[in-house]
Ligand binder design. Sequence first.
Ligand SMILES: Cc1ncc(COP(=O)(O)O)c(C=O)c1O
Length: 374
Amino acid sequence: MTPLPPIPVNEPLLDGNEEKYLVECIRTGWISSEGPYVRQFEEQFAARVGRKHGIAVANGSVALDVAVTALGVGPGDEVILPASTIISCAAPIVRAGAKPVLVDCNPDTWNMDVAQIASRITPRTRAIMVAHIFGLPVDMDPVLALASKHGLKLIEDAAEVIGQTYRGRPCGGFGEVSTFSFYPNKHVTTGEGGMVVTDDAALAERCRGLRNLCFKPEQRFLHDELGWNFRLTNLQAALGVAQLEKLDRSVETKRRMGARYTELLAGTPGLQLPVPKTGYAENIYWVYGIVLGDEVPFDAKEAMARLGKLGIGTRPFFWPMHEQPVFRRMGLFEGEHHPASERVARRGFYVPSGMALTEAQMDRVATAVKGVLA
Ligand SMILES: Cc1ncc(COP(=O)(O)O)c(C=O)c1O
């Protein structure tokens, strides 16, 4: 019997106007960041998340570098952020010479445990960085209250929740500066790409400068400050415009996918599944995460290896920031423990969750997961 084809952990769906807009770029010759789709994508994306300004950048990681730098975070400052997130959140803080201060995750939602933030605030705290993880937003009301009480800036990493809302307000609408990623596993993809959004015109100008080498507007090739070339091309923005047109449908697809996985996997002993709904949001299942219960005699690495042999693509949960060799070598996070983040790193992984996933593929994934646990 021929083996079934492998199921990749993610496959994007480019079934709208992507090709048409790309062909237009090629026919008109507009392929650089000067092309008209860049501004169109920035304006339409910012409007979609209820913000005044959008600044398109090369990816979601550098969007965070721009955000942290634009807010003036620097030596002597502390920034509170989740332990369980991608290194793209912590790296800009460290690069800026500031101190990252971690909080553990909530063991159910896998998001930052907001109840722990207050105890981490010191006179040096300059900002809180939230990162919405895996499809449910961080519980923002307590974060906003703390930021306001202590006069802290809020940086919001909304990379994983394009199209999600918190109490009806779009995610990406909460930070002084908020950021997004358009990597192919995101609900809007440009291949590689990112966006910084803000309501503050001066901050937006600063972000535009940082994205483009800080050329002085009145005299090119003169620089008061060091920036980067983090520009997005017209080709990428063309994809973004086409993808944004389908965002509502994409979110619906993801919700249907999450509900189906839950229907297939609920009740399987030893599996913790995503929380479908909280008082403030319904999950949009950016990815469908699974955490192995303590009764399972192996960890996520072993489960992923077994699933790999069955042709099922998986990815582990984030490895926590306080256990990153690069940061430990810098003397950061010495002796720190964040037990929930440590646990989900070792026992959590996610299954194929891409926009192009079919119901038959989901059935096969669920059968394989149950088989591996049996
Ligand atoms: C929460 C979060 N922030 C930032 C990023 C970085 O985005 P990019 O891969 O576009 O650099 C990601 C990437 O997946 C992410 O999940």
